[in-house]
Structures are given as C-alpha cells and as structure tokens.
Design a protein around this ligand. Structure first.
Ligand code: NAD
Length: 500
C-alpha cells in the first residue's frame, strides 16, 4: 500500500497523490476487507486546491452562461455513459446495491439537467422608469470559490446537487467528499474536466476535519454547502458565521410515516418496507419510524410487516436480487446494534431481530438483518436519535393530533409522510406538521431537482435550501443598480430620495 494512499485528490485538473502521511481506510463492506487507503489532505494541500479554484474563477465567471451550460450538458452525457462504472464504484465502497447506486447517480444528474437552464435561471430583473429618467436593475453574480462538504451515503447525488448549480452560476468549486467512499467524487471531477471545464473549476480534495477547517478559515472561500450529521452541520454553520462565510448545512433525520386507519395497508407495507430498509436504512430520507394511528392499525401493520421484514433479501451489494446490502463500516454496524440494545432496554418490543444476522460466505462483511421494534416512546433515547440502519421503530399514536405532534416535536425535521385516503386529513397534516418536506402517500418525499430540498430544526442550519431556485440564490449574490443618464441635473439633494 502506498503510504499516502491510493486515493489522492483531483486538483487543478489532474489526479494527484496525497502529500501528507495521514490516510483513512476504504473498506469493501461486502467482504469486510480494506480495499485501499484514502489520503487525508494536509492544510497546505487544501490551501493549494483553493488557490487553483481562485485562479480559475475570473475566467470561468466571465464566460457567458450559455457556454457554461454547454459544459454541463456535455458532463451529463459523459456521466450517463459512465453510469455503470460509477455505480460499481459506489456499490463497492458504500455497500448499496447496484440499482440503488445507479439511482444515486441518476438523482444527481437531474440537478445537472436543472443547472443546464442557468441562462434563464440567472437572469436578473429590470424596472424601467423607477423614477424620472431612472432605471433599476439587479443581477446575480457568482461568489468566487465555494465548497461542498459531502456525506458517505450519496457520493454521487449530493456532490452533483452542489457543484452543478455552483459551477453553472460561474463559481469555482472545492468538494471535500466523505473519506469512506472517495472514488465516485474523484471520477466526477475528471468527467467535468473532460466535459470542457477549465482546470481548477472543480477540485476534489479528500480529508477530514483538518481539511474542512481550512475551507472554513480561508477568506477566499465565500460559501460552504454541507450535508452530513447534525453536530458537524452545526459546527460548520457556527464556525462559518464566525468567519463571515455563507453556510447552508443539512444534518441528520428521523423521518416518520403516519398511517391513518383508512390507508390502503397493502400499499403502505410495500412502500414502507422499501423506504425503511432500502440502502440498509442509510438514507436521510428513509422512514425509520412508523406511526400507525389507533391500536387496530398498529396490529394490522405489524402482522403484515413481520413476514416482509423476516424475508428481506440481504446480499452482496453486487447481487442482482438483493433488497439491501451491508452497512458502510463495521463501526457503524456496531453502533446500529447498540441502538437496538438500547431500544430493548428502554422497553420497546422487538418483533424482528436483525442483530445476529450473518451472510453465508461473507461472514466478515458488515451485514445486519432487518429489525422491527414496537412501542417506541417520545422519551426513549433510541427514538430521539438517528440510528441510520435497517431498523424500523413503531411509535403508536392514539389519534390524529398525536400523529401530528410526534414528528412536529421531534428534534429532527427533514421529511415526513402521511398515508391515507382522506384528502382533508392529508391537507391539514401537510399544513400543520413542523417538518420541511412532506409526502402524501409518498414515502420518501425527496423533491425533484427544480423544487428545493431542505429539512427543518436540527436537520437544517441556515435559511436557503439545496438546488432549485434556492440553490441559485445560495451560490450567487445580488447586486442592484440604480441608474440615471442625466442631461440636466442641477443642484444638490440632501434629503433621502423617496417615491413621491
Ligand atoms: P458525517 O457528519 O460524519 O460526515 C459528513 C462530512 O463531514 C464528511 O465529508 C466528513 O469527512 C466531514 N466530517 C466528519 N467529521 C468532521 C469533523 N469533526 N469536522 C469537520 N468535518 C467533519 O456524516 P456521514 O456519516 O458521512 O453521513 C451520514 C449523515 O448525513 C447522517 O446523519 C444523515 O442523516 C446525514 N445526511 C443528511 C442529508 C440531508 O440532506 N439532510 C442527506 C444525506 C445524509
């Protein structure tokens, strides 16, 4: 193994090996083997990437938006051609199944498609004759060097959410991806270059807190978009404010699915099984909590869910017929197991226990079986915290009011879903619930690219969402020009001008 790690960085248009001594392991979660080491950037390496982005900025920002969009159109084409390769990379380092890994790339591409509309999206506003002989116009200008710090669970989608919009707006970008699955973000850097982006427009630097702190502290970095766990999101938001850096930071989640007694239970169970256990529960928009309303609904739900959870097909991430693969690391799997222990100690009933699952032939892989728990209570720590594994907790509600209150009072507010045939109840729920993204008979309400993504409470710090028009707003600053071309201005005005 190379001392500096086989996975280096992509800086100023080329792959470079890490210069420092520190590395992190990259596992194959299916086998449990270490398949390589990723370089963890030194402060100097990160500063070098920021310099490359800073040098590239003036020219990239001056290119007309239609030409920037053409680079993104080409990038989209190249990613589509490379999608199987990218999916294999993701699957082998993350552990999600191949079709799910393809979905990860595809959802990112949808934001690239959105960003291809930048000539229209970045258009300004104009008011003719705002006063006598006065016109007012405003324009959205790029910020300069901007950065994205991304989590392990969507190594394609989340970097693309950020850099496609940022670059389209005329910024240059430094991505600090998760050290757990670095291959896909590095490949995306190469493909952007192949698509015609000049060197330095998109840089990918692997690293940990040391590298992140440089992004926060360097005054050349004008904005940081972060997605990851809530404590780190809060740290980056607070530190960003201290350094006068614009930050949007999205954190953890504990999404609830409310099931009213009139819901189509067949459909509920089909959708819940996928959204709770797909990707081994490692999705910020998974549904780890089911809230059946009334004991009869709860009993039916459990009766229908139990055999489905017991028969989940758990396999190597490359298996064609697997519903879910392993978890990302052994440490994470052990944390998930500990949360199940805690839930049982807190008094939850374990209906299906996935803690001791082992996959024949892959005994060292980071696998877990699906777990189903009943009678989670608001005061249980295992209900309050994110588990991020193939674990579904049932928190029974006695009525509609309690079903609105549970997700509304939870510390996280990323997504929530309601399943019902009653339009009025769904409408009232959507209006009242204190959560950022709501699904009505839709289990994972991830908004499409031209709408906007963002959770509330401890799921999101900052006030501007990801992608859609909000993304363009985040990655630009507005300048407003009030102009007059006077021929006969006489005298001085000492009183603030007003519209008379
Ligand atoms: P994480 O917080 O451990 O890491 C996220 C990023 O922060 C990585 O790039 C990591 O290298 C960096 N990082 C880690 N420790 C740091 C530190 N001390 N200082 C500075 N940077 C640090 O998150 P993860 O385990 O990669 O991802 C899973 C988490 O992300 C879950 O909590 C999940 O809910 C959340 N997530 C949220 C969303 C959302 O949109 N709200 C989307 C996906 C994932």
């Amino acid at each position: 193994m190379a001392q500096s790690g086989e996975y280096g960085h992509f800086i100023n248009g080329e792959r470079v090996a890490g210069a420092g001594k520190r590395t992190g392991p990259v596992f194959n979660p299916t086998t449990g083997e270490t398949q390589g080491h990723v370089a963890l950037a030194t402060r100097e390496e990160m500063a070098g990437a920021i310099s490359a982005a800073d040098r590239a900025f003036p020219e990239w920002a001056s290119i007309n938006p239609q030409r920037r969009a053409r680079v993104l159109f080409k990038f989209k084409e190249l990613v589509e051609k490379d999608i199987d390769n990218l999916a294999r990379m993701i699957s082998s380092e993350h552990g999600k199944t191949l079709p799910d890994a393809r979905g990860d790339v595809q959802r990112g591409l949808e934001v690239v498609e959105f960003a291809c509309g930048i000539p229209h999206l970045q258009k300004g506003e104009y008011t003719e004759s705002a006063g006598t002989g006065i016109d007012v116009y405003s324009m959205r200008q790029p910020l300069g060097v901007v950065a994205g710090i991304t989590p392990f669970n969507f190594p394609a989608m989340i970097p693309m959410w950020m850099f496609s919009v940022a670059i389209a707006c005329g910024n240059t970008f430094v991505n600090k991806p998760s050290e757990k699955d670095p291959s896909c973000p590095l490949r995306l850097g190469e493909l952007m270059m192949e698509a015609g982006a000049p060197a330095g427009v998109l840089n990918v630097v692997n690293g940990d807190k040391e590298a992140v702190d440089v992004l926060i502290e360097d005054p050349r970095v004008k904005a940081i978009s972060f997605v990851g766990s809530s404590d780190i999101a809060h740290y980056i938001y607070a530190e960003g404010a201290r350094h006068h850096t614009r930050v949007q930071a999205f954190g953890g989640a504990k999404n609830h699915m409310v099931i009213l007694p009139d819901a189509d239970m067949e459909s509920v169970v089909n959708q819940l099984i996928g959204s709770a256990y797909g990707s081994a529960g490692e999705r910020c928009m998974a549904t780890p909590v089911a809230v059946p309303v009334g004991d009869a609904t709860a009993e039916t739900l459990i009766e229908m869910l139990r055999p489905r959870v017991e028969s989940l097909r758990i396999g190597p991430s490359t298996a064609d017929d697997a519903d879910l693969g392993p978890l990302v690391t052994a440490a994470h799997r052990d944390r998930v197991r500990n949360w199940i222990d805690t839930a049982v100690e807190e008094g939850q009933e374990i209906i299906v226990d996935g803690r001791d699952f082992s996959l024949q032939g892959y005994e060292n892989g980071f696998f877990m079986g699906g777990t189903l728990l009943d009678k989670a209570q608001p005061e249980h720590k295992s209900y309050q915290e994110e588990i991020f594994g193939p674990v579904l907790q049932i928190a029974r509600a006695k009525d509609f009011e309690e079903a609105v209150a549970l997700p509304s009072k939870h510390q996280y507010g990323n997504g929530v879903a309601i399943f019902t045939r009653n339009g009025a109840a769904a409408r009232e729920f959507a209006a009242r619930v204190n959560v950022g993204m709501v699904g009505v008979n839709v289990p994972i309400p991830v908004p499409i690219a031209y709408h906007t993504f963002g959770g509330w409470k401890r799921s999101g710090f900052g006030d501007v969402n990801q992608h859609g028009p909000e993304g363009v707003r985040f990655f630009t600053k507005i300048k407003t020009i009030t102009q007059r071309w006077p021929e006969d201005v006489q005298g001085s005005e000492f009183v603030i001008p007003t519209m008379k």
